[in-house]
Design a protein around this ligand. Structure first.
Ligand SMILES: Cc1cc2nc3c(=O)[nH]c(=O)nc-3n(C[C@H](O)[C@H](O)[C@H](O)COP(=O)(O)OP(=O)(O)OC[C@H]3O[C@@H](n4cnc5c(N)ncnc54)[C@H](O)[C@@H]3O)c2cc1C
Length: 414
């Protein structure tokens, strides 16, 4: 949709084919028991400037659409760090110095590490696993478990022992080392479909775009001076194609085309990590102490109080990123574990009126060191790849997806 909006605005005739009933892909609204949920709780960072600009372009109002909070990490009763309203880098320095749940030595060690990263401009000579980088810089177990591991899993959706240190440094560079606002955490107050794709579709249509939902593309082939698409609604010819599907579907569509076979093979080599979101609807007076807080050594990594964020009182979302033991549990059992954790940590003992587990097995690609990510320009001059998995600095995030869409739009020369 980032590519569609940009190209339609440029006056090109854009057609969007979406296989699902609704736009939005992995970041879409889901209706359950008459309550608007998301396919998974999403969080944006202040440094996701292209995503935020795009949301504004299509009619969003960042101040109204998001609860914006200064950087804060709170692992209930085990660790807390909060950035004060000081200019960067003092906000981070103060946050690390005053962090609760770490010894003075550990806090100083974290500050030294950040200083070192800054001196090396957040660039490693060779990419390694996050855990190895942390070991090289004497970030002991408490620092890893309370600070770096939760940050790594939240940002990269990949466990520290296999996550790319360079990719993590790219996020740290942009979120933590520039302006204070870049490290702000933005929690959507509206469901994701309303937040972006629905508005983007209306905006693109206003600029002449056609949008087909429930209309998957079955094949893409070079044809004459352009491209031929076979979709559920028939055959179409276009001058250019931006393929903005998940990596697995992109590889499937590309494999039959000789020029794209090699790129398809490289995409096939990606591996994936899951994200589980457990929504629990408690009675309306159930509240967490903060809109978002983490748990230490529990199944639930982060809990979101949707009452405090979006006025959906009593609704709590528990997010469990990346692989782990939770994957072995049946959904019902996982939901029970989360309920027990919420009861033990916050004394919320009521039985939820309902609960829903959304498991995205391939939520994101596993962001590992030296990963091959295909460029937006493919060997076929009129065929481009958009998506969070394509070449870029960021792990699989909304910002990487948006950046790739904008890059594709730039590559379409008419
Ligand atoms: C549970 C969960 C939580 C997440 N949390 C965060 C977060 O907090 N912050 C963050 O930045 N990111 C988060 N992400 C990642 C973020 O959602 C993705 O990076 C982003 O949505 C990827 O967008 P995309 O356009 O690359 O791909 P997708 O969203 O996968 O879009 C691909 C689209 O292609 C369509 N499609 C597939 N096949 C066809 C076909 N044959 N023809 C036509 N259309 C087709 C699909 O239906 C889909 O709409 C999360 C992801 C998940 C799953």
């Amino acid at each position: 949709m980032a590519a569609a909006v940009t190209l339609a605005e440029r006056g090109l005739q854009v057609t969007v084919f979406e296989s699902a009933k609704q736009l939005g892909g992995r970041a879409r609204g889901v209706l359950h028991e008459g309550i608007q949920l998301d396919n998974g709780q999403h969080i944006l960072l202040g440094c996701y400037t292209e995503t935020l600009n795009l949301i504004e372009k299509v009619g969003g109002k960042i101040d109204q659409d998001f609860l914006r909070m200064p950087l804060q990490l709170d692992l209930h009763e085990h660790f807390s760090l909060k950035a004060p309203l000081l200019p960067a880098p003092f906000h981070l320095l103060f946050a690390l110095l005053s962090a609760k749940g770490l010894s003075l030595n550990e806090r100083i060690s974290a500050i030294r590490f950040m200083n070192h990263l800054k001196k090396m401009h957040f660039k490693l000579e060779a990419d390694i696993a996050v855990i190895d980088l942390l070991a090289l810089h004497n970030q002991g177990e408490p620092l890893v478990e309370k600070l770096w591991e939760p940050l790594c899993i939240a940002a990269l959706n990949t466990p520290v022992n296999i996550a790319s240190a360079q990719c993590m440094l790219n996020v740290i560079r942009d979120a933590l080392s520039r302006s204070r606002q870049d490290s702000d955490m933005l929690l959507p107050r509206v469901d994701f479909s309303s937040l972006f794709p629905d508005r983007a579709a209306a905006y693109a249509k206003k600029h002449g775009a056609k949008i087909f939902t429930s209309c998957g593309v079955e094949s893409i082939l070079p044809h004459m001076n352009g491209m031929k698409i076979i979709a559920k609604n028939g055959e179409h010819h276009y001058s250019h194609v931006v393929c903005a599907t998940s990596p697995t579907v992109a590889a499937r569509l590309m494999r039959p085309v000789a020029e794209l076979e090699q790129t398809a093979k490289q995409i096939d080599a990606l591996s994936y990590q899951p994200i589980h979101t457990v929504y629990l609807q408690y009675p309306e007076d159930a509240k967490l102490p903060h809109p978002m807080l983490g748990l230490y050594k529990r199944f639930s990594q982060w809990l979101f109080d949707k009452g405090r964020i979006s006025g959906q009182n009593g609704l709590i979302a528990s997010v469990i990123s990346a692989e782990g033991l939770h994957e072995d549990l049946p959904h019902e059992e996982l939901a029970q574990k989360v309920m027990e954790e919420i009861a033990e940590e916050f004394g919320i003992k009521d039985k939820p009126l309902w609960h829903k587990v959304i498991a995205e097995k391939r939520a994101t690609f596993a962001c590992m060191p030296n990963l091959f990510r295909p460029g937006q320009q493919t060997p076929l001059p009129r065929f481009f790849l958009a998506g969070d998995y394509t070449k870029g600095d960021y792990p699989a995030t909304l910002e990487s997806a948006v950046l790739s869409g904008l890059a594709c739009a730039k590559l379409v020369k008419t």
